[in-house]
Design a binder for this molecule. Structure first.
Ligand SMILES: [Zn+2]
Length: 180
């Protein structure tokens, strides 16, 4: 992405992968080619995230099983964080564990109280291969942990137990987008 350009302005809005699609339920592969196709994928991720009014999006949510995610997300102090991370590693989570409402573009219209650490640090690379470190607190820390989970083949529903898990899965099964 060129400096000064609006993320996603050159991207294509792609169809979203939904709960049950195998691409969402398996770990993604490391990115090894930092060429123009990767930059185009980041643009598509931004374009698709903005079109769906999301705050984060992982590549497997548009059917590309690669370790990359994008975000445009506020933290609890209303500071806006915009960026992307290639081959992210979640190197630190600490602070209190907070249960808060969490949704996902792969389960449209649903949300559930999900436990996340209040602080998270992700290390990875930009599309041009430069190292990057992202610190998040509050809602943005939640976003980083959520997107990182996607690349490991996990959805927020996989972190739920008991009635919270049963309720969101029941609502997903009944949803208009559900294949069942
Ligand atoms: Zn998600």
């Amino acid at each position: 992405m060129r400096q000064g350009s609006i993320p996603g302005a050159h991207g294509r809005v792609r169809p979203l992968s939904l709960l049950g699609d195998p691409v969402l339920h398996a770990p993604c592969a490391e990115v090894t080619d930092f060429g123009p196709e990767l930059a185009a994928l980041v643009e598509d991720l931004f374009a698709t995230m903005y079109a769906a009014h999301g705050v984060g999006l992982a590549a497997n949510q548009i059917g590309e099983p690669l370790r990359i995610f994008v975000y445009d997300c506020p933290d609890d102090d209303d500071v806006r964080h915009v960026g992307h991370v290639v081959n992210p590693r979640l190197v630190e989570t600490d602070g209190v564990v907070v249960r808060g409402p969490e949704g996902c573009l792969s389960l449209p219209g649903l949300e559930a109280g999900t436990e996340r650490h209040d602080h998270a640090v992700v290390e990875g690379f930009t599309v041009t291969g430069d190292p990057v470190t992202v610190h998040g607190t509050g809602f943005f820390a939640r976003c980083l942990q959520h997107e990182y989970d996607h690349l490991e083949g996990r959805l927020y529903v996989d972190r739920l137990t008991g009635w919270r898990r049963r309720r969101v899965l029941r609502r997903a099964a009944r949803a208009s987008w559900s294949g069942r």
